[in-house]
Design a protein around this ligand. Structure first.
Ligand code: ATR
Length: 280
């Protein structure tokens, strides 16, 4: 890495991509560790994804992250993917191997768990039922993380019920699909509530969920980070629940990426969190 011709390169492919906070996040690590390198926003249209991924190696990139709408398509393009990525059905990170082939991994599940454990170090997956709202790509990473962390009961609730049933079948584990109409009552006795739907994200209406049945001891986790406090989190906070948003999930999923691209262990510091929070 001390070779004068070595300039570390990585980026994020998305369409659109300029809203992504990832370049700011990864630039912090180049600066903090005194490394010559860059992490670029790469605006790639879906029909150009394969050519863009194949160009990473020749251009000297160590790899890239993937954001909307590329996570599922990229899994079909890469040469290798681990079981976890295949189960989830999406990848968030590509690494260029020495032989030029591409390996895809999903680091979202890791970011989800690390963020939760950082905020609530005593949290245990088997402490009580988890309720997961939504059945898209984010939900698949979250449910897989909870299953493998040892959850004993996961109540999965999605507006389109069939999609929840498919997710439960693909991932296995102790997942019960609860009809959308029963979502309010399904919070009874839960230890963790996670929103993975797009409801509450900037520009979208709030998630239609009444928290009355949710124990006040439950943690409420919204994987959205723009805004930093969704209406769901505001309502949960007002009634005394511990809350956390998805910003830490973004920060923590960067760590395994750096390990596989550059072989380095990087840290999620308070300074880094404040830096990214200031952009939201
Ligand atoms: P991602 O991959 O980011 O999770 P996605 O695959 O588009 O995104 O999933 C979005 C999630 O938000 C889905 O669970 C979706 O529910 P449907 O499967 O029924 O579409 C959920 N969602 C989107 N709009 C919603 C709404 N108005 N009410 C409830 N859920 C909604």
């Amino acid at each position: 890495m001390s070779h004068p011709e070595t300039f570390l390169l990585a980026g994020v492919m998305g369409w659109p991509v300029m809203h992504s906070r990832s370049p700011k996040l990864h630039s912090y690590w180049f600066e903090r560790y005194g490394l010559a390198g860059a992490y670029l926003p790469l605006a790639i249209q879906p029909d150009g994804l394969e050519r863009a991924l194949r160009a990473l190696g020749p251009l000297g990139f160590a790899g890239c992250n993937l954001t909307i709408p590329h996570k599922e398509q990229a899994l079909r393009i890469v040469d290798h993917a681990d079981d976890r990525a295949r189960r989830i059905g999406a990848i968030s990170c590509v690494t260029v191997n020495k032989d030029g082939t591409l390996t895809g991994t999903n680091n979202d599940w890791y970011g989800f768990l690390e963020n939760l454990l950082e905020a609530q170090p005593s949290w245990r997956a088997d402490a009580g039922p988890a309720v997961v709202m939504g059945a898209g790509g984010g939900s698949r990473a979250v449910v897989d993380a909870l299953i493998h962390a040892g959850a004993k009961e996961i109540r999965l609730i999605n507006r389109t019920h069939e999609r929840a049933v498919t997710l439960a079948r693909d991932l296995g584990g102790p997942v019960t699909c609860v009809p959308w109409a029963e979502r309010h009552a399904a919070l009874d006795g839960a230890a963790l509530l996670v929103n993975t739907t797009s409801q509450g994200m900037v520009g979208n209406p709030p998630l239609d969920l009444t928290l009355d049945a949710l124990p006040r001891s439950a943690i409420v986790y919204d994987i959205i980070y723009i805004p930093g406090q969704t209406p769901l989190l505001a309502a949960a906070h007002a009634r005394g629940n511990a809350t956390l948003n998805g910003l830490g999930m973004l920060l923590h999923q960067g760590r395994p990426a750096w390990k596989s691209w550059f072989g380095l262990d990087v840290e999620v510091t308070r300074e880094l969190r404040a830096l990214i929070e200031a952009t939201i």
